[in-house]
Design a protein around this ligand. Structure first.
Ligand code: ADP
Ligand code: ZN
Length: 291
C-alpha cells in the first residue's frame, strides 16, 4: 500500500492540516481556526485519527523550541496568544501518533517549499521572509533548514531609520525593529489607521517600507549569501514595493559585492499559501525515508 504523509501549518490565525500521497498529491486538507489549544488541537487530533499518516512535517508560529537538547523541545514558548505559551505541541502529537516528525518554524517550511517547488527551484539556498501581521524569516542553506541553538528571528533586526519616518514602531520588544516598522499593523498605524491595501501605491510610505526591506535584504545577503530572497505574506502583495526594494538595495550595496540579477534575486513567492504545506509534506517524506 502506498504511504501517506502529513502536514500541519500552524499559524496565528488558522491551522492548515493536509495529507498527501507519495507523489505529493494533496488528498485531504482542512483549515482550523486558531483559538485555544483545547479547541484547535482537538480538531487536529481528529483529522489525523481519521487520516493516519506515516510521517509528519510541522511548521509552527513561534517562537518555538527546536533545540533537541532542551527540556522544552517541541514547545511553543513565548506567545501572547492565549493558551499557547509553553504549549507542548510536538509532545501532544507524539503521545497520539507515534511517527517520525519534522518540527520547525512556519517560515522555515515555507522556505523549504519554495526551494524545492517554487521560486528557488534548482537552488541550494534561499531566504523566505513573510511580511504580514508580523515579520518572520526562514532560510535553507546548503539544502538544509537553517537552525542553531534555536531558529532565526529575521524579523527583529535593527535598522537605520528613514530620514522622513517619524513613526515610533510597533514591536513590543524593540519598537523600531524591522517588524516594528513594516508589518501590516505598523504600516497601518504609520498611516493613521488606513488599511494597508487602501494606501495609494504612490504614497511615500511605500518608499519608507521598501527602504527598510532593502536593508533587511542587504543584511541577509551579507550574512547568508542566499541564492534568492523570497517574499510572502499580505504586505508583499503590494507589487510596487519590489522595484523600490531592488533600487534601495542597489544603492545600499553600492557595488560592494555582485549579487544575482536583482529582478531574479529579490522576488515574490511562487507557491503563495501552499508554500508552507508543501515544505511540510516534503520534509515528512524525507524524515520517513531516513527513519
Ligand atoms: P498573517 O500574517 O496573519 O498570516 P497576512 O500575511 O495576510 O496574514 O498578513 C495580514 C496583514 O497583512 C494585515 O496587517 C494586512 O493589513 C496586511 N495585508 C493583507 N493583504 C494585504 C494587501 N493586499 N496589501 C497590503 N497589505 C495587506
Ligand atoms: Zn522586534
Amino acid at each position: 500500500m502506498s504511504k501517506l504523509y502529513g502536514a500541519i501549518e500552524a499559524g496565528g490565525t488558522k491551522f492548515v492540516c493536509a495529507v498527501c500521497d507519495e507523489d505529493l498529491n494533496i488528498i485531504k486538507r482542512v483549515k482550523i481556526p486558531t483559538t485555544v489549544p483545547a479547541e484547535t488541537m482537538t480538531e487536529v487530533f481528529k483529522f489525523f485519527t481519521e487520516n493516519p499518516v506515516s510521517a509528519m512535517g510541522i511548521g509552527s508560529f513561534g517562537p518555538i523550541d527546536i533545540n533537541r537538547n532542551s527540556a522544552t523541545y517541541g514547545y511553543i514558548t513565548n506567545t501572547p496568544k492565549k493558551g499557547w505559551a509553553n504549549y507542548n505541541f510536538l509532545g501532544e502529537m507524539k503521545a497520539r501518533f507515534d511517527i517520525p516528525y519534522v518540527w520547525t518554524t512556519d517560515v522555515n517550511v515555507a522556505a523549504y517549499g519554495e526551494l524545492k517547488r517554487g521560486a528557488a527551484q534548482g537552488e541550494d539556498s534561499c531566504v523566505y521572509l513573510t511580511v504580514g501581521t508580523g515579520v518572520g524569516g526562514g532560510a535553507v542553506v546548503n539544502g538544509k533548514l537553517l537552525e542553531g541553538f534555536g531558529h532565526p528571528e529575521m524579523g527583529h533586526i535593527i535598522l537605520k531609520r528613514h530620514p522622513n519616518d517619524k513613526y515610533k514602531g510597533h514591536c513590543p520588544y524593540h519598537h523600531d525593529c524591522l517588524e516594528g516598522m513594516v508589518s501590516g499593523p505598523a504600516i497601518e498605524a504609520r498611516h493613521h489607521g488606513v488599511k494597508a491595501y487602501d494606501i495609494p501605491k504612490d504614497d511615500e510610505d511605500w518608499q519608507i517600507v521598501a527602504y527598510y526591506l532593502a536593508q533587511a535584504c542587504l543584511d541577509y545577503t551579507l550574512i547568508l549569501s542566499p541564492e534568492k530572497i523570497i517574499f510572502g505574506g499580505g504586505v508583499s502583495k503590494q507589487s510596487q514595493l519590489f522595484p523600490l526594494i531592488r533600487q534601495d538595495f542597489k544603492e545600499l550595496m553600492n557595488g560592494y559585492i555582485k549579487t544575482p540579477a536583482l529582478d531574479d534575486y529579490i522576488v515574490h513567492c511562487d507557491l503563495g499559501d501552499d508554500a508552507g504545506i508543501t515544505g511540510c509534506l516534503l520534509l515528512a517524506q524525507e524524515i520517513e525515508k531516513k527513519s
